[in-house]
Write a protein of this length. Structure first.
Length: 528
C-alpha cells in the first residue's frame, strides 16, 4: 500500500513529512537533512541536479541554476514584480506566447511548473527511499494569499512529477494544524508566516478538534529574499561608490554577493556582528578588486525594519477582518525561516503583546501539518479533526457600469455556495455576458479576470424584467464553479473556472510524457 505525504514547497527550502504512528514526522532527504534547498541546476549535458548538489552549482554555473521559482509560478512575465526580479536573477527568463514565464537553461526552456516538478520529484524520491514504499498521493501547501492561477500551477507541477494532489492547503493553516494537534489547546491563534518569498497571516480558532480559519491576509512578494536583496543592494551601491564598477551586470559576481548576503543575514540572527569578505570579486585594468565589509545587527535591522513593519500592517487587516482585537489572541505561532531574525521576533512580540510560541521548528511545522491533513483525508488519523479554511480573495462578476459586484466575500469559509439575482439592461435582450473576477477593488478592471461565458436564449422582455440567478460555488480545494440561470425559461449555463493562463491540458500531458522519457533515458544511462 502506498504512503501519503505532506509537502511544504518553499521558496528557499522545501520539506516533506508523513505520519509515523499517529504523530507527524519529517522525512530527511538523501543527504540526511530535514529541509531541501528549492534549487535546480542543469549540467552541461542537461542533467538536472536538485537540492544541495544544485546549490553547490550556484557560483560556478549561475546561468543554469534556478532558485526562488515559487516567486515566478503562476505569474506573468510583464508583471511589475517579475520585472524587478529579471535583473537580479543570474538565470535568464523569456516570455511565453500566452504571457507566462519561461526559464532558459542552456539550449532548453522550462516553465516554472516544470522546475517545481523537479523539486517535488526529488522530495517524492526521498520519501520513497525513506519509507521503503511507493508514494503516489500528497497534500501540498501554498501561501494563503496565492491566487487561483498560482494554486493551479502548483497542482500542475505535482501532476508532472506523478503525484496526485489530495488537497492544496494554506501554509499557515497547515502550521496551526500541526501546532494544535500537538498541544491539544483550544483558543484563538495568529499564525505569522514569513518565509523565503511570501508573507501570510492567518487568524483562526481551535475548539475541540475544529480548526476554524477566521481570516487570512498576506503578500505573495514579501519574504526573506527581500531582506537579502536589501543587503545586496547596499553592497552593490558601496562598491560603485568606492570603485566606480557596477557589479549588478556581472552574473558570477552577483551570485557570490547573493550567497554572502544570505550567509551574513543568517549569522546576524545569532551574533551581533559579521564580516562579508569576497576576494577577487572582479578584475579591472587597475587590478583585482575585493569586497570586505563588517556589518552589525543594528545596521541590518535599520536596513530592513520597514519590511517587518509592512507585515504588521497586514496583521492589522487580518485582525480587523476576523473581528478581533489583539487582546483576544491567545497564542502567536511563528512560521518560516525569516522569523528567526531577532528583529522580527521582537516586533511581532511587541505588536501582539505576547511572546510567540516556539515549540515546533518553523521550517518543519508546515510540512507536518500537511502530513496530518493527508492522513485525515485518508482516514488514517484516529482523532476527530475538522479543518474549515477560507477563500483569500473576493469573487464576483462585472456589472454593466464596469463595477465589480462581489458574490463570495474574501475570508468566507469554504466550501461555499451563494446565489445573487441580476437582470438585463436593454429591452428585448436575448443574451447576457458573465465576466467572473477575483479581487477587492470596486472597479472591475482593477481585479483579476478568471473567466467569461454567455447565457443565451433569454425571452424578449423590457429591461429589468428578466431575472438571472448567478451562482458561485467554491469547493474545499478552492476550485470555483459558476452558473447563470434564467428563471423564466430555466435555461442555464455553467463553467468550471480555469486559469486564463498557465498550462493547457495538452501542454501538461506533453510535459509529462517528455519528463517520463527523460527519466527513462537517464535510468538507462545510469544517471539516476
Amino acid at each position: 500500500m502506498s504512503e501519503v505525504i505532506g509537502i511544504d514547497l518553499g521558496t528557499t527550502y522545501s520539506c516533506v513529512a508523513y505520519i509515523n504512528g499517529q504523530q507527524p514526522a519529517v522525512i530527511p532527504n538523501l543527504e540526511g537533512s530535514n529541509t531541501t534547498p528549492s534549487v535546480v541546476s542543469f549540467t552541461a549535458t542537461g542533467e538536472p541536479l536538485v537540492g544541495l548538489p544544485a546549490l553547490r552549482q550556484a557560483i560556478t554555473n549561475p546561468e543554469n541554476t534556478v532558485y526562488s521559482v515559487k516567486r515566478l509560478i503562476g505569474k506573468k512575465y510583464d508583471s511589475p514584480e517579475i520585472s524587478q526580479l529579471r535583473d537580479r536573477f543570474p538565470y535568464r527568463m523569456a516570455e511565453a506566447p500566452n504571457g507566462d514565464i519561461l526559464i532558459e537553461a542552456g539550449s532548453l526552456v522550462y516553465t516554472p511548473q516544470e522546475i517545481s516538478a523537479l523539486i517535488l520529484s526529488y522530495l517524492k524520491r526521498c520519501a520513497e527511499n525513506y519509507l521503503g514504499t511507493e508514494v503516489e498521493e500528497a497534500v501540498i501547501t501554498v501561501p494563503a494569499y496565492f491566487n487561483d492561477h498560482q494554486r493551479q500551477a502548483t497542482k500542475d507541477a505535482a501532476t508532472i512529477c506523478g503525484l496526485k494532489v489530495l488537497r492544496i492547503i494554506n501554509e499557515p493553516t497547515a502550521a496551526s494544524l500541526a501546532y494544535g494537534f500537538n498541544t491539544r489547546k483550544n483558543g484563538k491563534l495568529a499564525v505569522y508566516d514569513l518565509g523565503g518569498g511570501t508573507f501570510d497571516i492567518t487568524v483562526l480558532e481551535i475548539q475541540d478538534g475544529v480548526f476554524h480559519v477566521l481570516s487570512t491576509s498576506g503578500d505573495t512578494f514579501l519574504g526573506g529574499d527581500d531582506f537579502d536583496n536589501r543587503l545586496i543592494a547596499w553592497l552593490l551601491d558601496e562598491f560603485w561608490k568606492e570603485h566606480g564598477v557596477d557589479l549588478s551586470q556581472d552574473r558570477f559576481a552577483l551570485q557570490r554577493i547573493k550567497e554572502a548576503a544570505e550567509k551574513a543575514k543568517r549569522e546576524l540572527s545569532f551574533t551581533p556582528e559579521t564580516e562579508i569578505n569576497l576576494p577577487f570579486i572582479c578584475a579591472t585594468e587597475r587590478g583585482s578588486l575585493h569586497i570586505q565589509k563588517k556589518i552589525n545587527r543594528s545596521f541590518f535591522e535599520n536596513l530592513t525594519v520597514d519590511l517587518v513593519e509592512r507585515t504588521l500592517v497586514i496583521c492589522e487587516q487580518a485582525l480587523k477582518d476576523a473581528g478581533l482585537d489583539i487582546s483576544r489572541i491567545d497564542e502567536v505561532i511563528l512560521v518560516g525561516g525569516q522569523t528567526r531574525m531577532p528583529l522580527v521576533r521582537r516586533m511581532v512580540a511587541d505588536y501582539f503583546k505576547r511572546q510567540p510560541a516556539a515549540r515546533i521548528n518553523p521550517d518543519e511545522i508546515v510540512a507536518m501539518g500537511a502530513a496530518l491533513q493527508a492522513s485525515i483525508i485518508k482516514g488514517q488519523t484516529r482523532e476527530l479533526v475538522l479543518l474549515l479554511d477560507v477563500t483569500p480573495f473576493s469573487l464576483g462578476i462585472e456589472t454593466e457600469n464596469g463595477m465589480f459586484q462581489k458574490i463570495i466575500e474574501r475570508n468566507t469559509t469554504i466550501p461555499a455556495r451563494k446565489t445573487m439575482a441580476f437582470t438585463t439592461v436593454e429591452n428585448n435582450q436575448r443574451r447576457v455576458r458573465i465576466h467572473v473576477l477575483q479581487g477587492e477593488s470596486q472597479v472591475a478592471a482593477d481585479n483579476k479576470s478568471l473567466a467569461t461565458f454567455d447565457l443565451v436564449g433569454i425571452d424578449p422582455a423590457p429591461a429589468g424584467v428578466p431575472q438571472i440567478d448567478v451562482t458561485f460555488e467554491i469547493d474545499a480545494d478552492g476550485i470555483l464553479r459558476v452558473s447563470a440561470r434564467d428563471t423564466a425559461t430555466g435555461r442555464e449555463q455553467k463553467i468550471e473556472v480555469k486559469p486564463a493562463a498557465g498550462l493547457l491540458p495538452e501542454e501538461l500531458q506533453e510535459i509529462i510524457e517528455r519528463r517520463q522519457k527523460e527519466v527513462k533515458n537517464r535510468n538507462e544511462e545510469g544517471l539516476l
